[in-house]
Design a protein around this ligand. Structure first.
Ligand code: ADP
Length: 888
């Protein structure tokens, strides 16, 4: 048996320490350690060649070097790197220093108080264990040799030692897995594989909901072939027996492949192909109780190892350590990913993001703000970090901000609010959401806020809101004003509505007269203030100057009469009515003259009509000054426009109705005149005609031919005139008296008309037919007889070469009954179709066709009186059809 000797260098000032360590080392039986004692300082140590296997370093030596400004950890770290790869065990006075030493790379530490002559076995065992650990830290192979070298020891002693080896391995594995972000799992497998003398140590992970298995890490000794590459994405259904054990969370322990049951045939073949003799595998479950993977040891080739309980325990511990490590790494990666995401959002978000620390005394300190916050606030991040709102913002704003922060801390839930802040770049409105962040105890320790600058959005909204409100108001006021045609009413409605809408204390309308005087014609005033209604105010000082300006739509806006630079007499006038704030708008009127004296020519174009100031709309405040908003001014301007439209329309309408009244009156007078004239003229005319006839009858033989001719003219013209006067009398009588309408049978009416024309029909051999039967309708029968008589007689009178053929027919239409009188006479040129219905309008001379030119005018009057109308459809030489449409 060969026992290896290891060189140990003890670095301590105290000889006492050297003696103790030397004694303890001599008690270690399995291994020989040669101890060297050095008292020198670290600086010197660095200068000598390093050949020791282990360094035992007294903490005090480290503390006494000349780099006093460095911390103990820094000094240790410095030392460890300078003696690396030899392991360092630090002799400490406290476990805290020991842990620090481990953190900076020491292989182990020993508390000096635990090493003493008094408790020799424990001290020896502690030292031996520490040395083994240190040696294993760097020289695993030698360390394994160390374990085999003692195979001939007594059984119990060996078991003890084996346990020590395993414990050491676990300690190393734990350190490996705990101290690194991403530990070397292959090295972990190597550590435990060597410790248990396995040929292979491996880790298998299950993926795709446990359907596929892949070997993720493997360590093999130099005699064993690696399996990692072949064992990737293997379907686990190929190993049912194996998986069955793992799913039941059972350890798989095979000391000899031959012992495998029938059910494990595939597993057996697979293991044989890998030359596996024995194996140990255990499942690893995650925190959700899902099968995560399995870890295992194989012995292969000439390695026949009997697996012990200690091996199973080791595997379980290492399996769960690896799993914990994996979860930690994953959590860390996720954290890193979310941190990266957050950083991305933080740095590139258009929203202003800030983080505030909530101090226990209720103070708020800014931890950070993002670039967007810097931009919108115009304050640099350096001026924010570590400061309270009071140190950054003006007092009022800081108080407002802190109020929100406090509320969020109190309610412990996200707080949304809008705030308006005065920032270096101007007043801005921000919409903020504030999220409280609590610690494990539920105390709010931070506030995370994100703010969006909604100044423009808000402006647009307000604008929109104002515009809509404005339009609604205007529409409703306009509607009320326009509901009346009476100027008086319009003005009263306007002052009442404006007073209500603007909550003004007095609204009045001051009408201006052409002579320069004026009068308050409408007023709405709050009770208690002077009444101005009916006052004929003679404003000598302002109105005269303002009149011209008002004509150009000038508006007088005075928020405070006391501050205005008015002429004293005007101020006195305003104050006498207690007017403190005043707003005066002209109501302009453009009079469009419809009567044009002379049409415009190129050289004298018509000048556009100039508006005149019709009156003034005054909105006043009497109790105090008042700042009129732009909206109010706009509204009043538009209202003033609407008022002038309403007034001019009312004026126009009044004018129209006066005109139509005049017209009706003059028509009536005319008819009256025609009636009286035709009635009164008939008698003298008849006398003239009678004497003319007498002259003709009694004296025709006494006068010469010329005189007879004159007498003849006198007689015929007197007769014609009589006819005309008769017709005119008829015509004017139609407008004067009329019977109420009654149900009339048109057949009967036409028959009576025909009967009255019997002589002419006979003389001209006219054929008058009625097609089918004519309707019965509401009419004045005598007027209707007159109408048909006129139409049929015209059809006979204006006949052509052929005897007249006249047809009377009717047709029902949507608008009423259409009655037609059709003839085969001379016809009418269509260009005269309207003219012939006018009174005294004729198309022929008396010689051609005698007549008065009133017949069709009478027909039209009758048709209109019945609510219908009359027209003709004709062509010259092709007969005529007169149509009369009467309501049914
Ligand atoms: P008059 O007394 O001249 O007949 P009316 O008012 O009855 O007066 O007719 C006006 C004119 O319309 C007539 O002078 C004639 O030229 C024309 N007219 C009326 N009825 C007919 C008709 N059936 N055919 C042709 N022309 C007609």
């Amino acid at each position: 048996m060969t026992i290896q000797a290891f060189r140990v260098l003890l670095l301590t000032e105290k000889e006492q320490n050297y003696r103790l360590i030397s004694h303890l080392l001599s008690q270690i039986e399995s291994t020989r350690f040669e101890l060297v004692w050095e008292k020198m300082h670290l600086d010197r140590l660095k200068k000598i060649p390093l050949k020791e296997d282990v360094y035992l370093l007294d903490e005090r030596v480290v503390g006494m070097d000349n780099q006093a400004e460095n911390s103990l950890e820094e000094k240790l770290s410095h030392l460890i790197t300078s003696v690396s790869p030899a392991p360092v065990i630090v002799l400490t006075e406290s476990p805290q220093t020991g842990i620090s030493a481990l953190q900076v790379g020491a292989a182990d530490y020993l508390e000096k108080s635990q090493l003493s002559q008094l408790n020799l076995p424990l001290s020896v065992s502690l030292l031996e264990r520490s040395l083994r650990l240190a040696l294993a830290h760097t020289q695993v192979q030698d360390y394994s040799a160390l374990t085999t070298d003692i195979s001939d020891r007594a059984q119990a002693e060996e078991q003890l030692r084996y346990r020590l080896v395993l414990e050491t391995a676990i300690a190393l594995v734990s350190r490996e897995l705990a101290s690194h972000d991403s530990a070397d799992i292959n090295r972990v497998l190597q550590l435990i594989g060597v410790a248990v003398n396995a040929s292979r140590a491996y880790l298998v992970r299950f993926r795709d909901r446990g359907t596929l298995a892949s070997m993720t890490y493997e360590w093999c000794d130099s005699y064993t072939q690696a399996n990692l590459r072949n064992f990737q994405n293997v379907s686990i259904s190929a190993f049912p027996w194996w998986m069955n054990h793992l799913r039941k969370n059972q350890t798989i322990l095979i000391q000899n492949l031959e012992e495998l049951p029938e059910a494990a045939q595939t597993e057996k073949t697979f293991l044989q192909s890998l030359q596996v003799n024995s194996l140990l595998a255990i499942p690893i479950y995650n925190s959700l109780g899902q099968l995560w993977g399995n870890i295992g040891f194989d012995t292969c080739g000439r390695n026949y190892k009997q697996w012990l309980d200690e091996d199973i325990q080791l595997l379980q511990v290492v399996g769960s350590l690896i799993h914990i490590h994996d979860e930690r790494i994953q959590a860390k990666q996720e954290l890193q990913a979310s941190e990266a995401l957050y950083a991305g959002i933080f740095n590139h978000s258009a929203d202003a993001i800030f983080l505030v620390n909530v101090l226990p005394r209720g103070q708020f300190i800014y931890e950070t703000i993002n670039p967007a916050y810097e931009e919108v606030s115009g304050i640099a991040v350096e001026d924010f970090v570590g400061k309270t709102p009071t140190e950054i913002f003006p007092p009022e704003m800081a108080a407002q901000v802190e109020e929100y922060y406090r509320e969020c801390v109190t309610i412990k839930t996200t707080l949304y609010y809008e705030e308006s802040l005065d920032l270096p770049m101007g007043r801005r409105i921000w919409r903020t959401s504030l999220v409280p962040i609590a610690n494990a105890q539920g105390t709010i320790v931070k506030l995370q806020g994100s703010s969006r600058d909604i100044t423009e959005e808000q402006k647009a909204l307000e604008e929109q809101f104002r515009y809509t409100r404005h339009q609604r108001l205007l529409a409703s006021l306009t509607l009320k004003i326009r509901q009346s045609w009476k100027i008086e009413e319009i003005l009263q409605t306007a002052v009442t509505e404006i007073q209500k809408t603007l909550r003004a204390e007095r609204v009045l309308f001051y009408q201006l007269y052409l002579d320069g005087t004026g009068k308050v014609v409408n007023e709405e005033v709050v009770h208690g203030f002077p009444v101005m209604l009916d006052e004929e105010i003679l404003d000598q000082c302002c109105l005269a100057q303002c009149r011209g300006k008002y004509r150009e739509d000038y508006m007088q806006v005075c928020p405070d009469v006391a501050l205005a630079s008015y002429h004293p007499c005007y101020r006195d006038l305003l104050e006498s009515y207690q007017i403190r704030a005043n707003l005066v708008l002209p109501i302009l009127m453009t009079t469009v003259d419809t009567e044009i004296d002379s049409p415009p020519t190129l050289s004298t174009p018509r000048t556009p009509p100039t508006p005149s100031v019709w009156g003034l709309l005054c909105v006043q405040q009497c109790s105090q000054a008042r700042q009129w908003t732009n909206d109010e001014i706009d509204l009043l301007r538009q209202l003033a426009d609407q008022l002038s439209i309403a007034i001019s329309q009312a004026e126009l309408r009044a004018k129209e109705s006066a005109q139509s009244q005049d017209m009706a009156r003059s028509n009536e007078e005319l008819e009256q005149f025609a009636y009286i004239a035709s009635h009164d003229l008939r008698q003298p005319l008849q006398i003239i005609a009678g004497y003319a006839q007498l002259l003709q009858r009694l004296y025709s033989h006494q006068v010469d031919e010329q005189a007879n001719k004159y007498i003849h003219y006198m007689v015929t013209e007197a007769q014609r005139m009589e006819q005309q006067i008769q017709d005119l009398f008829e015509y004017s009588r139609l407008g004067k008296r009329s019977k109420p309408l009654e149900l009339i049978d048109c057949d009967e009416v036409v028959q009576q008309a025909i009967a009255k024309l019997q002589l002419e029909i006979h003389q001209t051999k006219a054929i008058v037919t009625i097609k089918d039967s004519l309707p019965t309708l509401m009419a004045d029968d005598s007027q209707l007889i007159h109408l048909f008589q006129n139409l049929i007689s015209n059809a006979i009178k204006y006949r052509g070469a052929e005897p007249p053929v006249i047809q009377i027919r009717s047709q029902f239409q949507e608008e009423g009954w259409l009655l037609a009188v059709e003839d085969n006479g001379i016809g009418i040129d269509p260009k005269h179709s309207d003219r012939i219905f006018k009174i005294f309008q004729r198309l022929h001379t008396q010689e051609e066709y005698p007549g008065s030119g009133i017949g069709l005018a009478i027909c039209e009057r009758i048709a209109k009186r019945h609510g219908g109308h009359i027209w003709v459809n004709s062509q010259l030489g092709q007969g005529s059809t007169f149509y009369v449409l009467l309501p049914s």
